[in-house]
Design a protein around this ligand. Structure first.
Ligand SMILES: [Zn+2]
Ligand SMILES: [Zn+2]
Length: 401
């Protein structure tokens, strides 16, 4: 049959157009919202952390990272519940970044050059996050948020904690991933998102370590009768919600830098819009968290956690939507023009998710609908053909757009 979106031929029995990814069986759902281009079994509008923040290889190992994240998160939560607060905060700071390093290694995101990628995506943000957090916490707010009347709203604290710190942090988190996403090897939007999330998670870790450093210098203290509800809520906010909000926000902004088509788009309206959205999530999160600390006790912490989850869910869904639309639009554009993306299947290629063979030139699996761009680096390189030196070669002239 002929695809109604791009007029390419869809082989008999195929459900998804291999050229543009459209669902040829679904009437009227032109944008395929029921079926995420990275993980077609999921709706685009869902809060699945592993397929959103770790989109590469979401198809080939969907459960691995979900399990790793859950198991990793259990460590600080248990430590907090039994009162080992120092260890709990240390573990909380590093869970998401550690899972992310394993993921980057697993999908060979660094193409056998781990140092520049790790440095650009994580180490730089770790250092900048540490220095920046120290600056606003110790130099700008020396008396700190713990001094003064606890329930009153202080204008200076509100401005620094709720607005300036999140904006400055987001701008610093852009440096490493934008540098990486400007390299031809990493100019795909999925690479941009991956580096953005890595940067956000590393920055969150540094912030947590600096903010709680008095706990570490005080030694491995154990609280005899911990208020488990309070500490567990605080740890979940620290270990999961903060890195997810920062990671998703930075991922959204860097995706705007990478752009939809081949090559990176760089500074332009798309990047500015994306950065604006990222800043909105960052400020909403930090402002809400500051205001929630004005409510004393466990209630304040739980309100903070609840608000954090709302912002995290909104940012993650926005990130999924952006990625989904980019994968479909990028393919549609070139399919209508009668050309193909550099990442398109060529020679002997297989779907990263269901392993069925892909027809030559396919951008999507016609059986399950997974985008070939959502494959791990080694699969992307193999699928793009043995003759191509890189997984995503530069586009021929005239394909930009
Ligand atoms: Zn089509
Ligand atoms: Zn498939």
């Amino acid at each position: 049959m002929i695809c109604p979106r791009c007029a390419s031929a869809v082989p008999d029995g195929g459900r998804f157009c291999p050229a543009c990814g459209g669902d040829v069986w679904a009437d009227g759902d032109d944008r395929r919202h029921h079926s995420f281009a990275v993980q077609p079994g999921e709706s685009v509008l869902s809060f699945n952390l592993s397929s959103s923040l770790m989109p590469l290889a979401a198809g080939s190992a969907p459960q691995t990272y979900r399990f790793a994240l859950a198991a990793g998160l259990a460590v600080p939560v248990v430590l907090a519940a039994i009162g080992l607060l120092t260890a709990a905060f240390a573990a909380a700071a590093i869970v998401v970044p550690v899972v992310y390093v394993v993921y980057l290694q697993d999908v060979n995101q660094w193409e056998d050059e781990p140092l520049p990628v790790l440095a650009g995506a994580m180490v730089l943000s770790l250092l900048l996050g540490g220095a920046f957090t120290y600056l606003w916490r110790e130099v700008v707010l020396p008396s700190g948020i713990l001094a003064g009347s606890r329930n009153a709203i202080n204008g200076r604290d509100l401005l620094v904690l709720g607005i300036l710190a999140p904006i400055g942090g987001e701008l610093l988190r852009q440096i490493g991933p934008v540098w990486l996403a400007s390299k031809p090897k990493f100019d795909d939007i999925i690479d941009g998102i991956t580096f953005g999330v890595a940067s956000g998670a590393a920055f969150a870790a540094a912030e947590t370590l600096v903010l709680n450093r008095t706990l570490f210098t005080a030694g491995l203290g154990r609280v005899a009768h911990p208020d488990a509800g309070l500490w567990v809520a605080l740890i979940v906010t620290t270990a999961l919600v903060k890195p997810v909000v920062y990671g998703a926000a930075t991922g959204i902004a860097v995706a705007g830098w990478s752009g939809v088509g081949p090559g990176y788009e760089g500074f332009g309206p798309r990047y500015l819009r994306a950065l604006g959205k990222a800043l909105l999530y960052d400020v909403a999160f930090s402002l809400g968290l500051y205001l929630s600390t004005r409510i004393s006790g466990t209630l304040g912490v739980i309100v903070g956690l609840g608000w954090g989850l709302v912002v995290a869910a909104a940012a993650v869904v926005r990130l999924r939507m952006l990625l989904h639309v980019a994968l479909l639009e990028g393919a549609l554009e070139v399919a209508v023009a009668g050309t193909r993306l550099g990442s398109a299947a060529s020679g002997i290629a297989h779907c990263p998710s269901c392993r069925l063979p892909l027809p030559d030139g396919a951008h999507f699996c016609m059986a399950c609908g997974t985008s070939v761009r959502a494959a791990a680096k080694q699969d992307r390189r193999r699928n793009a053909g043995p003759d191509d030196p890189a997984a995503v070669p530069a586009a021929p002239a005239g394909m930009e757009g």
